[in-house]
Ligand binder design. Structure first.
Ligand code: HEM
Length: 130
């Protein structure tokens, strides 16, 4: 089901300078690698309103909502969690992607098999043409 956002657009704009975006298609729009890099690249920066900036998205409006987690976990665990989020966002952006890929293989196998009678038929039609 869609995840509803309880924050009013106007409030978000006032609090963060920009309304928090709908992330449904973010992983497709930006790529999973970008989202992962973005999530692991927040750094402390006192010049920013919420004390954090981002190497991948300079002067980002989003606060570092994972700051607590990053402090508690080892770097490896934190990166693994951010990888899970990036993967989940990739799945959420196109839940039927694995089905599409599976059907694609069936279609290619079918076309491969169809090639045999099509080729034999072509030989049959052209055998009298010299
Ligand atoms: C696990 C939770 C979250 C994830 C994975 C996440 C991820 C992202 C991503 C990928 C973007 C960049 C979108 C783009 O421009 O393509 C973004 C932007 C943003 N996020 Fe988050 N976000 C999370 C939580 C939050 C929360 C809790 C808030 C606010 C309290 C927030 C506020 C914003 C804002 C304001 C922007 C726009 C930044 C700008 O354009 O300067 N995010 N977020």
């Amino acid at each position: 089901d869609p995840m509803e956002n309880g924050m009013a657009e106007e409030d978000g704009k006032q609090w963060f300078g920009v309304t928090p975006p709908d992330l449904t298609l973010a992983a497709r729009h930006r790529s999973a690698d970008w989202v992962y890099s973005y999530l692991i690249n927040f750094y402390e920066d006192d010049s920013r309103p919420y004390g954090y900036n981002n190497h991948v998205f300079p002067n980002v409006g989003m606060p570092h909502v994972m700051a607590g987690m990053q402090q508690e976990l080892s770097e490896e665990e934190f990166k693994s969690n951010m990888g899970d989020i990036a993967n989940f966002m990739t799945y959420a952006a196109e839940p039927m992607a694995p089905t599409r890929e599976r059907i694609g293989v069936y279609v290619l196998v079918f076309l491969g098999i169809l090639l045999i009678p099509a080729y034999l038929l072509k030989k049959e039609y052209w055998k009298d043409v010299h």
